[in-house]
Design a protein around this ligand. Sequence first.
Ligand code: GLU
Length: 397
Amino acid sequence: MKTARRTATLGASATVAITSRAKALVAEGVDLVTLSAGEPDFAAPGFVLDATVEALRAGHTSYAPVGGVPALRDAVAERFTRDYGVPFTRDQVIVTVGGKEALYDLFQVLVDPGDEVIVPAPYWVSYPTQIAMAGGRAVTVPCDASRGHALDIEALKAALTTRTVGVVLNSPNNPSGAVYDAESLGALADLAVQHDLWIISDDIYSAIRYDDTPFTSILHVRPELRERVFIVHGVAKTWAMTGFRVGFLAGSRVVLGRCMAVQSQTITSATTFAQHGALAAITGDDAFLGPWLAAYDARRRLVHAALEAMPGVRCALPSGAFYAFPDMRGLLDKRHRGDLVGNDRHLAELLLERAHVAVVPGSAFGSPGFLRLSYACATDRLALGLERIAAFVAELS
Ligand code: GLU
């Protein structure tokens, strides 16, 4: 029997696959330290759980309208109006099954076969694949580690062609932890206008930052570009609600209308009672977040100091999100118990098998030679994982 070519070479998401493998090993009893998962180790706030249970009991168990529960769309519009300083109304926001579905729908609606989308690297694993699933091509533009993975506007300019239709932004960045500054966002906005490009701004980590300056998205810098900017967001990271699978997409009504047609033919709606939990989250008190951010901040410093102390390893201090992205290229020509490390994939494999620490290889994010370590995990486990990596590195010859 025949299968379609479309998915014949489609691989699994590296972040999801490695974390699933780590969970399976833990279930088998392996004392594994999982630093691969991009999900908070905290439990979702109690008021969110209460609202979700109440929604179930109140009978919110049938289909929600395509585009989302109206009260949630209104609440997101209100919150984005406040957070971005640009007025949003219900028809400029839809609810999706996580940020992932928002991105998938957008690429389906914006990208024709042969179109190119610029993706600064390192990038979150699924952007290039989702662009390819729409028939397009991701053109990756490296953001150099020596410049803190800042946007490289000159390299971005050089990557533009007549086929370029858009740019994906992700700040705070997964995996590098970089936060883009207003100046580079302004320069990018100019390019978007000159070349008539869409900008897809994945702001899912906007609340997870470690300095006191307000969050800066391209919409803050150039509010007049709102018709070409899409905001991708959701409750997963800020409220530790990854399993709720509730995301948000804001932008042009026309494009959102098409995304709703895609939803109508695929998912119908995000889970109804989960949307009620999300409504409680985004309208509730954010006070829970202060202690979480303090914990992430302490872990960020711990992971940074530990990695920098390892010979041959360099790591920038992340400014946002909850990932460290060390440069391991200094270790690749070394051997562990006689076996050549060789590349980041093999290094991650050796760390999993011999040090019992799960991390994600940088090549999955377009940066070979790097590793991603999530510090959204209990501090004592993180410290143990770092000790194990240090011991592994000390054994290299
Ligand atoms: N976004 C998270 C990560 O990067 C969750 C897994 C995924 O969907 O990629 O680890």
